[in-house]
Design a protein around this ligand. Sequence first.
Ligand SMILES: [Zn+2]
Length: 459
Amino acid sequence: MYGLIYRNVLLPLFDGGLKGRKTLRYWASAEESQWWSPERHEDFQVRSVRALLAHAVATCPFYCREFTRLGLTPGQVESLGDLAALPLLNRSTVRANRHLLRSTQPMLNLSKSTGGSTGEPLHFDLNADSNDRRVAMTYRGYGWAGAAPGTKQLHIWGTALGNVPYWKRVKANLHRAFDRQMVLSCFDFTPENMASHAVRMNRYRPEVIVAYTNPLYEFARFLEERGITLHRPRSLVVGAEKLHTFQRETIERVFGAPVFETYGSREFMLIGAECDRHSGLHLSQENLIVEILDDDGQPTPAGEVGNVVITDLFNYGMPFIRYVNGDRAIAGFSSCSCGRGLPLLNGIAGRQLDVLDTPDGRKISGEFFVHLIKDYPSVRRYQVYQEDARRILLRLVVDTGFTLADRSQLEAEIRRGIGPSVEFDMQFVAEIPLTATGKHRVVVRQAPIPATVNTEIPV
Ligand SMILES: [Zn+2]
């Protein structure tokens, strides 16, 4: 009942009335456009990207300079294939040119930051309208999993770290009660906490569980080993880390409900999500153009793994055009038997964050570090490395803005998360090498990884 009232009365009043957002309008239109034919989607993308390019070159100093330098004009792009002529944008370019990438046209902008699965923190902007559009995509994608706004949800997710002011905590709690969401932090999953999380979950009886992949998998294994029975949700939605087949099987067996994989990032929010056919991730096609390219910027042959490159069609505040986001995915898009015209991404290959084990039985999610370090803008790169059960090492590449106070605060926050049973060191280095696959792995545990992880994806 609350779900219906929330969706039809409270959310429109709050979102549209109080906040003046267009989220619900975009959501309604996305529910319709998901059934468009692939041709109609392509036509919409071409028109949208042409408008975006014209805007970017006319109002963003960075794009004006780059297009002039390369002798390009926005009008040259008449099809999606023509995008190949445009340069790629990467994280370091965004970091170095944030103010030049912003549009000079006055509009309401929001500031965001990400720790990044690639270990290179990023601060960026987006305009409010584009935020409404991406929230709408998330509503639609989560809706496929039965997790549309108003459903009773339990989140096993990263919660704010460090010293959060009291009023912020109160505000966050009010929001959650309004949205019918209960949040359990996945950052302190000790065996004791997992048992009490199970009790709270059974009391709360969520319709849907939304979780980071690896902590949920560890939790499922814990429940199974202890023989703990849980309230059965309608479905589970996982994100932030790749879902492997063996993890899906375990989670579905333990919770007795289907798992829906999602793929998103702070820069774009929901990039893809599974429908009930579970045959791939439907792309947020009305908002994003997704390309899979090799290291030379050429299209990756279908079935092979390449770099994910994304153009956000509506971030007019700070256009991301052909942005290499650091993730890797299997090339080749397919269609789905559900009839939606949104192409399917066949699988994500990157984004693996290990879970670290400590001698006192804690399981530290890789997301713990990603979340924490995103709040330190002078950290340029980092890698967390557990050589053996007793020692965790954090390697950092920092700018001159990184102070001694930053250092001790970061150290204290990490120590709080990992507990006293493990040695911890910080090492300041000039560079952090990439792995053999060209991927910068942020959180690495030196321990055998189950064979299925390596055989599933031909990286
Ligand atoms: Zn489908």
